[in-house]
Design a protein around this ligand. Structure first.
Ligand SMILES: [Zn+2]
Length: 272
């Protein structure tokens, strides 16, 4: 299980959820505003108290580990499990996890402090060899992997079979882009292109666009424009200003631009 950000109260919500939160193996912190990481030290300490032994991987900007270590040192806590910190830079996108099945990449955002979103992508499977071709062309077994990786096939007589004629596309991969907190920022579009699900913050509505820009946040309409320009399949908005009592207004504003928008709410489960 992967956890993206860990604001105050995250642990309580995890305890209410259907997931065994001890199974969380990776935690990613987008930036060091309190609403995105004030729950982290509590969660790390709970893992310790529960006698966790499995390694926990933590991703954030370099100063994050100083904050954690200071709190652990002052309370003379030595964690019962290995906590491995993986710092990332916020200037250029980079792959920070590659476990063979998925990758996690950073998405540099435009906020008041250094901030990155995260793109979680399944890795594409290799190409599939067309069954009829395999049956008639006498392909040696040692060649299978090379063809699946994109190579052409040359038979004993020197005849070349171009890869695109003897293979099929692998199944489409799924991806989830998590973009919070950020002002409207078009440079993220190529990074999140065609993602299945885009979470994009929508702190304000257009009536408060000036506030949004001053605070490096986005409006619901801007979130929807990013989803549209990126060709996302579905948009999930969230991170609403407390001023909005009826969130349906934010949803309506986004749906005018990008109809397939969902209102992010506590405890929500979404199948990608
Ligand atoms: Zn923030």
């Amino acid at each position: 299980l992967l956890l993206l950000d860990c604001g105050e109260g995250t642990q309580m919500q995890l305890r209410k959820s259907a997931y065994r939160f001890q199974r969380i193996s990776h935690i990613f912190i987008s930036h060091l505003h309190g609403d995105h990481y004030f729950g982290l030290i509590g969660l790390l300490n709970t893992f310790h108290l529960l006698g966790r032994s499995q390694q926990l991987n933590l991703y954030g900007i370099p100063p994050l580990i100083d904050l954690i270590n200071l709190q652990l040192d002052l309370s003379r806590t030595t964690l019962a499990y290995p906590l491995v910190f993986h710092p990332f830079e916020t200037e250029i996108p980079s792959v920070i996890v590659d476990d063979g099945e998925i990758t996690v990449s950073t998405i540099p955002l435009n906020h008041r402090v250094p901030t990155c979103g995260f793109l979680i992508s399944e890795k594409p499977e290799k190409r599939k060899i067309v069954k009829e071709f395999l049956a008639k062309a006498k392909v040696p077994i040692h060649y299978f992997d090379r063809i699946k990786s994109g190579e052409d096939f040359t038979n004993e007589d020197g005849k070349v079979f171009p890869n695109r004629e003897i293979t099929e596309d692998p199944p489409l991969v799924r991806s989830y882009a998590y973009c919070t907190d950020t002002a409207y920022h078009e440079p993220i579009i190529p990074i999140i292109k065609n993602c299945n699900l885009l979470y994009h913050e929508a702190t304000f509505m257009e009536d408060k666009a000036a506030d949004a820009h001053a605070k490096f946040h986005s409006t619901a309409r801007e979130a929807a424009v990013i989803a549209m320009k990126a060709g996302a399949k579905q948009l999930l908005i969230g991170h609403y200003s407390a001023r909005y009592k009826d969130l349906d207004h934010l949803l309506d504003e986004a749906r005018k631009v990008f109809p397939n928008t969902l209102l992010g709410q506590d405890g929500m489960m979404i199948e990608v």
